[in-house]
Design a protein around this ligand. Structure first.
Ligand SMILES: NC(=O)c1ccc[n+]([C@@H]2O[C@H](COP(=O)([O-])OP(=O)(O)OC[C@H]3O[C@@H](n4cnc5c(N)ncnc54)[C@H](OP(=O)(O)O)[C@@H]3O)[C@@H](O)[C@H]2O)c1
Length: 289
């Protein structure tokens, strides 16, 4: 697939987009990356011009309103980016020959669960961010595009942009004690790994919804502890319940993703999040991040 043309919406400054750009570039793809959507992006004529001027083989849509708590105060804005824009993009994809790869989130799930979430499990988002991301998925699926891939992922960390792991490391360099929530469980995911796994799915010509994340499960507290341990930062981590750390948006208590469909399609088992955190921390602490 060397020489394949990719357009990465959000590839210039997005956490995932930057890793995607690096991985595709290494794979010999011709990559064009954009910044966040400007006010004209909702104009189908302008978006069509962007698509037609690059004539991509694959469009990766990482654009999203990702400020989960702020979304509670700005639901219309969140909906415009997470639901309206994907639908406009999908309509343009319908009569153009590119594959559309769209990203979604574990926050489409809610309620109680004790087994990793499968693609066909019923979503029940508990916050504006999750609801608008689900609307985006459904708007795209309703278009019956011949070549649509929706990748649900979770708890991203990686180089180039603020993220939970970097925030924990920074906090602990300033203070020798932090409190972190222990009663939310999810699938921490390293953006360079997710980018590589996305490429594997495209190479396998995957279509429909896939869950993609690093292997294993963690609470935010376990993720922070592992990062600090890897960095050798002396810091006491206290596990607290969500009730002691009020946030505007309700997060799922359990949103671990089952990635077996990804493995069946690609033959690849994602590596563990612990391994990925160690790589990332090494990269950050040796100034390569
Ligand atoms: N981060 C996570 O933990 C996580 C977890 C599950 C799923 N996802 C999904 O994975 C995809 C990529 O996420 P990411 O963490 O890479 O996202 P991100 O870096 O926060 O943002 C991705 C792109 O969207 C733009 N953007 C962010 N907030 C925006 C806003 N309020 N209005 C307009 N544009 C905005 C960014 O622009 P700027 O760079 O200028 O901000 C960037 O171009 C998204 O679909 C997201 O829903 C993320």
């Amino acid at each position: 697939m060397s020489g394949t043309k990719a357009l990465i919406l959000g590839g210039e400054t997005g956490l995932l987009g930057m890793s995607l750009a690096a991985v595709l570039d290494d794979a010999g793809w011709e990559v064009t990356s954009t910044p966040r959507p400007d006010k004209d992006a909702w104009n189908p004529v302008v978006l069509a011009e962007l698509l037609d001027s690059h004539a991509p083989d694959v469009v990766f849509n990482t654009w999203a309103y990702t400020q989960v708590d702020l979304a509670e105060d700005e639901p219309d804005q969140a909906q415009r980016v997470n639901a309206v824009l994907p639908e406009i993009l999908g309509r343009l994809a319908a009569d153009r020959p590119f594959k559309l790869v769209h990203y979604s989130t574990d926050f489409v799930f809610g309620g109680k669960a004790d087994a990793p979430r499968k693609e066909e499990d019923t979503p029940a988002p508990e916050c504006v961010y999750g609801r608008t991301k689900l609307q985006g998925e459904r708007a795209l699926l309703a278009l019956n595009l011949p070549d649509l891939l929706i990748i649900r992922t979770a708890w991203l960390f990686g180089p180039g942009k603020k993220n939970f792991v970097r925030t924990m490391l920074d906090l602990c360099r300033k203070s020798n004690c932090i409190s972190v929530v222990h009663d939310q469980k999810g699938s921490p995911t390293y953006t360079p790994d997710l980018a590589e796994y996305s490429l594997n799915l495209v190479r396998a010509d995957a279509k429909g919804i896939y869950h993609v994340a690093n292997a294993g499960r963690a609470s935010w507290c376990e993720l922070a502890s592992e990062a600090l341990h890897s960095a050798g930062v002396p810091c006491e981590v206290t596990a607290i319940p969500s009730a002691d750390y009020p946030q505007k948006a309700k997060r799922p208590a359990y949103s671990v993703l089952d990635t077996s469909r990804f493995t069946e399609t690609t033959g690849i088992t994602p590596r563990s999040w612990v391994q990925a955190v160690r790589d990332y921390v090494y990269r950050e602490t040796t100034q390569q991040g």
